[in-house]
Ligand binder design. Structure first.
Ligand code: ADP
Ligand code: MG
Length: 707
């Protein structure tokens, strides 16, 4: 659907136009304020004119088919008026009123009815339950708030929000950026966030796209749009709400959508190079950083201050946030101290007060850190007051000049940072902007924004090329299984090992004679387990016996397990036993694959044990993996230190463990069509040189109905 008539209409009809206060008046007023050059058609049988524009009794009376019809009327009147709009040949619609899908089934039905009419007519629709669209670039608006001052409104941020109030929040402070387009998309009955993203990717006025999202609709298209935005170098900044069960429930009753699993979504954003933020402070700092003439080309940030206390606070917060503040090298430090005097700490943050002559010291500090290869961005932290209650009045512009001079001699981006987000001197922010520089605020938010853009600018690691294995495939096995969805441990391991996943040596047996022969072949101690597609979890049923040391142990365990199997009602027809090598020592970890209904397969890795559900200490990636993803996944878990050498215990073989994750990822990727889940739980991570072994495996196939 063509969005032009919706986002940059040449004619606007306002159904429900009025000269009384309200959206029916403010849109007409705002079109005047923004300098709209097209036709304005108020529609209302009660008026001859509205604010000096001829008012038409009905949509059918309009002298031409309007690009967009804005419905400033109550819900019950909508179906009839929308029909009239379609009949009159309107090309787009904006529907403000609420009371639709966000309220439940009845509302959803009414919404679907209106959406159906518009979709059939090929009309893009903003809303319902929205505040409309503001397009300062094209000088047109259907945004229902009154525009008071249109100066400084236009800029390069394309903003799309499913919440109108968040549009208000973003538009409430335009000291550091302007808007190319602001969309309050509401319930998205027809036109969705992904449609607007696609529009903005091609919009020359837009440099950065930001979205406030409760529900992602059309996940495949959404992901493709993220890829296209990344390919053209426009960052997509995403604030997704509904990250906890509580807010998720609130969302169901708010916009009528369902939020997806938040960890998977975060991974999707990372994999497709979108920039995730968790609040509006973080978002606006990223938008500010994007306004800089230069963007950081790496993560290293040098922070220069004139205060030891601030330096300590910044270091604490930056460390907690995982930011990269590389210390000064020996030669950098010597060069800095030659001029500045003694420097405390490791020089990042760089307290450049020294001998107190900061007109000399600060520029010198900047030139020293600017020369460092590890530094991608230089930040000067200084607080200035907006109202001028306190402080030296000349300082504001001195700061701008000092930073602009330093930046002139450099290829790197420079920033002025106030220690609190959102607090800044407007004059200073303006001065910086005119020099291509940026004012940021707050360590976590401001420095975090530099870090986010620094990461964004780093080249993405290539996708792993995996060997295409032949041999037994899951699909073949499933074809023979007729209807079963779980694949037993023995067969799961055979499939996985064909892809290079290291598994235990083991034999499937049915008699004690076979079991004993298998144990002799493997060598004691061994493990005996029940084996059946119908028993995905064995321990709960007492069907695992570990550490069997001799024929006698084996015989009694065999007897015990057989009896327990006999007691299962009905006894699984495929039941057999598994004699397995006993893997002593090592650290238990787990790896698994699961399918998100929206975004497909993801790989998880975590430290083992039954507490995983509580600790939730696992890392996640979408498939296929990229180079070094597996190593990063292991390192990312909080418990990763457990794999290192501790108290005389040797370090685990992390390289082989990473290779095992890659092999698992290869298997999953190759069998993606028929795969629902995999559990390798546990994997025993053994000391360096001995690799790792999967001691239990379970594959769950995708049920054909859903495939
Ligand atoms: P379940 O189906 O209940 O997950 P497992 O096969 O994972 O059964 O066995 C339960 C536990 O027994 C494992 O978590 C592991 O601690 C231990 N175990 C299982 N197989 C072996 C083995 N071959 N070597 C050593 N320990 C094992
Ligand atoms: Mg297990």
């Amino acid at each position: 659907m063509q969005l032009d008539p919706l986002v940059k209409p040449r004619s606007v009809a306002i159904v429900g136009a009025t000269d009384r206060a309200g959206p029916g008046r403010s849109v007409v007023e705002s079109l005047g304020a923004i300098g709209f050059a097209g036709a304005i058609y108020p529609v209302n049988p009660k008026y001859q004119t509205v604010l000096n524009h001829v008012c038409y009794p009905s949509l059918t009376d309009l002298p031409e088919a309007p690009d967009v019809v804005v419905f400033s009327i109550r819900k019950p009147l909508l179906p009839e008026q929308v029909r009239l709009a379609v009949k009159r040949g309107a090309r787009a619609a904006v529907i403000y009123d609420a009371g639709f899908a966000e309220l439940g089934e009845d509302g959803a039905r009414q919404q679907a009815e209106i959406a159906g009419l518009c979709r059939e007519a090929g009309m893009p629709v903003c809303g319902p339950n929205c505040m409309g669209i503001l397009n300062p670039t094209a000088r047109v608006t259907t945004y229902k708030q009154t525009l008071m001052d249109t100066n400084g409104l236009a800029g390069n941020v394309g903003f799309i929000s499913q919440s109108g109030s968040v549009c208000i929040a973003i538009l409430s402070d335009l000291r550091r950026y302007g808007i190319s387009l602001s969309v309050s998309a509401g319930n998205e009955a027809v036109t969705r966030t992904v449609d607007y993203i696609e529009y903005l990717i091609d919009d020359p006025a837009t440099k950065v796209i930001a979205t406030f999202t409760e529900t992602v609709r059309e996940p495949d298209r959404y992901v493709a749009a993220l890829d296209r935005a990344a390919a053209v170098g426009k960052p997509v900044v995403v604030l997704k709400v509904g990250r906890t069960e509580r807010t998720r429930r609130a969302i169901t009753s708010h916009t009528g959508g369902l939020a997806g699993e938040s960890r998977v979504f975060s991974e999707i954003l990372r994999a497709h190079r979108a920039i995730e933020v968790t609040d509006l402070d973080e978002m606006t700092e990223v938008l500010a950083v994007c306004q800089g003439e230069r963007w950081p080309r790496g993560r290293g940030i040098s922070v220069i201050t004139g205060s030891g206390g601030l330096a300590e606070m910044i270091l604490d917060n930056a460390t907690a946030a995982g930011l990269d503040l590389p210390p000064l090298s020996g030669t950098e430090r010597a060069e800095a101290e030659r001029v500045i005097g003694r420097i405390t700490g490791d020089g990042n943050p760089f307290d450049a007060w020294g001998n107190g002559d900061y007109a000399v010291n600060l520029p010198h500090a900047m030139s020293v850190v600017d020369g460092s290869e590890r530094i991608g961005a230089v930040v000067y932290c200084a607080d200035t007051s907006n109202e001028g209650h306190v402080g030296h009045p000349g300082r504001v512009l001195e700061n701008v000049k000092m930073l602009a001079d330093a930046a002139k001699a450099s290829q790197k981006p420079y920033y002025l940072m106030s220690s609190r987000p959102g607090v800044m001197n407007a004059q200073q922010a303006k001065g910086l902007r005119e020099s291509g520089l940026v004012q940021i605020g707050g360590t976590r938010q401001g420095l975090g924004a530099i870090d986010r853009i620094g990461r964004y600018m780093m080249p993405q690691r290539p996708l792993r090329t995996s060997a295409n294995r032949s041999g037994a495939q899951l699909a073949d096995l499933l074809a023979a299984m007729t209807g079963r969805r779980t694949v037993n441990e023995y067969e799961s391991k055979r499939l996985l090992s064909a892809f290079g996943v290291p598994v235990t040596r083991e034999h499937r047996v049915t008699t004690l004679e076979e079991a004993t022969r298998a144990a002799h072949e493997l060598g004691y101690p061994v493990v005996l387990k029940a084996l059946s597609d119908d028993i995905p979890h064995k321990t709960e049923l007492g069907l695992v016996a570990v550490g069997l040391a001799n024929d006698g142990d084996l015989a009694s365990a065999f007897q015990r397990l057989q009896e327990r199997l006999d007691r299962i009602e009905p006894r699984p027809s495929d039941a057999a036993l598994l004699v397995q090598e006993f893997v002593a020592g090592g650290i238990e970890v787990f790896a698994g694959v699961s399918r998100d209904p929206d975004f497909g397969l993801t790989l998880a890795f975590g430290m083992g044990g039954i507490a995983i559900e509580i600790t939730r200490d696992f890392s996640l990636r979408t498939l296929p993996l990229r180079e070094r993803d597996a190593e990063a996944m292991i390192a990312e878990t909080r418990g990763a230190a457990m794999l290192g050498a501790i108290r005389g215990r040797p370090a685990a073989d992390v390289a082989i463990l990473a290779a095992c994750l890659n092999a698992l990822a290869d298997f999953a990727h190759h069998n993606a069509d028929v795969l629902e889940e995999i559990d390798l739980n546990p994997i025993k991570a053994l000391p360096e040189g001995r690799g790792c072994v999967v001691v239990d495996a379970l594959i769950v196939a995708r049920s054909p109905a859903r495939g």
